[in-house]
Ligand binder design. Structure first.
Ligand code: NAP
Length: 247
C-alpha cells in the first residue's frame, strides 16, 4: 500500500525530464496519473513506465499556454479519472539571450508557457479542489526566479512570477485545506540543460556546495513530499532543490 493510493495526480510537461520523474515517483507511492504534454504521443513513454509500476496512466495532449486547450484537457481528465487530488505545474521552456537581444516573441513564449500555463491549469482545477475541500498544488519554479541570471531575464521573470502566484494562491485556497507550494530546482540534468557548454557546467558546479548536478529524481522527491499528507501544514513555501547553491 502506497501513501498516495486512490489519489489522482495530474502532471504537465510529463513526457520527459523532471515531469516524467515526478510522475514515476508519485506512481511508485500509489498514485494514478494524468500525464499531460504538448502531444498525446509524447506521453507514451511515461505512461508505459507508470503502468509498469502497476498504476493507471492517461495521456493528454495540451498546450498549457492556451486557455481553451487547458479547459478541454481538465474536462477530459475529470471525465476519465473522476477527480484530481494533486496538480503539478511542471511544463516549462527557456529561450535564453541577453536582454538587449531578446525579441518580444522570446519574452512572450517563456512567460506564456511558464507563468500563464501555471495560472491556467491552477484556475481550471481550483473549483474542484475547493469543492473537495482538499488538493495539493505544486509549481515548479527555479532558483533563477530567486536570484536571477544574465541571459535569462524572461525565464527569471516567469519563475519569480510563479513564486508570487504560488503564495497568493496559497492564501486564497488555504481556508479550504488546499495547499500550494513551489519547488525551485537548481541545475538539473535534463534535455533543458544538456546543451550547455563544458565550460559553463564547470563554472556552475563551482557554485554548488554539494558538488554535483541534481537529478530529476532529486526534484521529484521534494514534489512527492509536498504532495503528500505529511505536508498538510505547509503552504505558500518555496523549497529549493539545488545542492545548496542558494542559501
Ligand atoms: P524538459 O526536459 O525540456 O521538459 C519540459 C517538458 O515540458 C517537455 O516534455 C515539453 O514538451 C513540455 N512542454 C513544453 N512546452 C509545453 C507546452 N506549451 N504545453 C505542454 N507541455 C509543454 O525540461 P525539464 O528540465 O524537465 O524542466 C521541467 C521544469 O523544471 C520546467 O518548468 C523548468 O523550467 C524547471 N526547471 C528545470 C531546471 C533544469 O535544470 N533542468 C532547473 C530549474 C527549473 P516537448 O517534449 O514537446 O518539448
Amino acid at each position: 500500500m502506497g501513501n498516495l493510493n486512490n489519489k489522482i495526480a495530474l502532471i504537465t510537461g510529463a513526457g520527459r525530464g523532471i515531469g516524467q520523474a515526478i510522475a514515476l515517483k508519485l506512481a511508485a507511492d500509489g498514485a494514478d496519473t494524468a500525464i499531460v504534454d504538448l502531444k498525446p504521443e509524447f506521453c507514451a513513454e511515461t505512461c508505459e513506465k507508470v503502468r509498469a509500476l502497476g498504476r493507471r496512466a492517461w495521456a493528454y495532449g495540451a498546450d498549457v499556454s492556451k486557455a481553451a486547450s487547458v479547459e478541454e484537457t481538465v474536462a477530459k481528465v475529470l471525465a476519465d479519472c473522476g477527480k484530481v487530488d494533486i496538480l503539478v505545474n511542471n511544463a516549462g521552456i527557456t529561450k535564453d539571450t541577453l536582454l538587449m537581444r531578446m525579441s518580444e516573441a522570446d519574452w512572450d513564449a517563456v512567460l506564456d508557457i511558464n507563468l500563464k500555463g501555471t495560472f491556467l491549469f491552477t484556475k481550471a482545477l481550483a473549483r474542484e479542489f475547493v469543492k473537495q475541500r482538499s488538493g495539493r498544488i505544486v509549481n515548479i519554479a527555479s532558483v533563477i526566479g530567486l536570484v536571477g541570471n544574465a541571459g535569462q531575464c524572461n525565464y527569471g521573470a516567469s519563475k519569480a512570477g510563479v513564486i508570487g502566484f504560488t503564495k497568493s494562491v496559497a492564501r486564497e485556497l488555504a481556508s479550504r485545506s488546499v495547499t500550494c507550494n513551489a519547488v525551485a530546482p537548481g541545475f538539473i540534468e535534463t534535455k533543458m540543460t544538456a546543451g550547455l557548454s563544458e565550460e559553463l557546467r564547470q563554472k556552475m558546479m563551482a557554485n554548488i556546495p554539494l558538488r554535483r548536478l541534481g537529478s530529476p529524481e532529486d526534484v521529484a522527491n521534494a514534489v512527492h513530499f509536498l504532495a503528500s499528507d505529511q505536508a498538510a501544514y505547509i503552504t505558500g513555501q518555496v523549497l529549493t532543490v539545488d545542492g545548496g547553491m542558494v542559501m
